[in-house]
Design a binder for this molecule. Sequence first.
Ligand code: NDP
Length: 448
Amino acid sequence: MAMQAGYVERALETVRKRNPGEAEFHQAVLEVLESLKPVFKKHPEFEEAGILERIVEPERQIIFRVPWQDDKGGVRVNRGFRVQFNSALGPYKGGLRFHPSVYLGIIKFLGFEQIFKNSLTGLMMGGGKGGSDFDPKGKSDSEVMRFCQSFMTELQRHIGADTDVPAGDIGVGGREVGYMFGQWKKLTGLFNGILTGKGLDFGGSLVRTEATGYGCVYFCEEMLKDRKTSFAGKSVVISGSGNVAIYAHQKATQLGAKVVAMSDSGGFVHDVHGINLDTIKQIKEVERKRIKEYVKAHKSAQYTEGCAGIWNVECDVALPSATQNELDEDAAKTLVKNGCIAVAEGANMPCTPEAVKVFLENNVSFGPGKAANAGGVATSGLEMAQNSQRLAWSFEEVDEKLHRIMVDIHHSAKAASEEYGTPGNLVNGANIAGFMKVARAMMAQGIV
Ligand code: NDP
């Protein structure tokens, strides 16, 4: 055992030395590698083939200048990124994030997670991620368009429908994907499945918009089934009010739950009678305003400044769906004290490692992001399949496939958690199940 543990420790040490200052990337790698220790014990051939050393090093990292002009004619410069992490299972696949906090360490943490998440979907997709430190907040539509065009002017030389297919993430929704697709077509002359999350009129897939939120709830439903219960009658807290949070609300409500709190980066709204989704959609999707506007339309709701306080709201189920490290140890303890029985991560790495430990130690069913939020990329994979076929499937057909995939992911994670000696620990299970497929493919493809 000591030798196997040594292998993981050595790989972690190399990651820390080679990627200084990239705290989120270190955190993501540590979490996965810790889970994999029993795998290396059982499969010494992975160590001999240097699988760990190779899997933590991106195949390619591209950093570029994105110059654009604001509405006053001023020149602005942002930084663009695309990290092509691992192509063992298929073309690189993963979203683009536009947020001022973006730097290489964030893109690498997301790209690394994406490898295992994409593997879990069972579809042919490698792992990648990209984005920019551009802040879409407060920018006009024309400014966003000029930025997206400049971003794609460089990105287009690195991507392709059979090599690397980006999608949306924080700050990148249908509007941004549309502008980037237009620029791709203009520059290359190709009308193909180069981006997913496209508009329905030009190659997008039904259910892609809803997929991550729906998928997270489908996954959580499986966790609840294991506890012999369901969403019916449960009170749910969902952080964020973006793409993931909105559709998690919709599906949880359809299944009979009541969503009692939602947030944005400014604060959260709480209403014991339930949060009205139409109002949230109007404020966040149409008007692009702050969630505090909500209380103007709903007098029974209260707004509290500061988004972290949302975890003090009593609930049966929590779906953190905003951003990384938004739910810490204290918040986890409060949720446990208040009787929360299940947490599924709609966002990527929203719970700190200390918070995850609290959940696992207190018999809270916990669905890690790379499993629970894989429905978004899974449906992106289905969009790619439709684009290749030049066909569009119905809402019901895509939703049914998504549902099936989420049930299968839960099953694989649960089975791996049992096989490797930590039954019910879906963090270990998801990491191991995702890793095994990638590792086997890397072994089969030789040292490349
Ligand atoms: P959106 O941009 O649509 O929404 C993000 C939401 O999170 C907004 O409500 C935003 O508030 C809030 N938020 C963002 N940054 C912070 C922060 N630093 N502190 C507090 N709140 C914050 O993004 P998505 O819904 O697409 O993504 C949410 C999460 O889900 C991310 O972790 C993403 O990586 C993950 N994810 C998304 C997928 C997808 O298909 N979209 C797929 C899989 C994972 P505000 O409006 O104030 O900025």
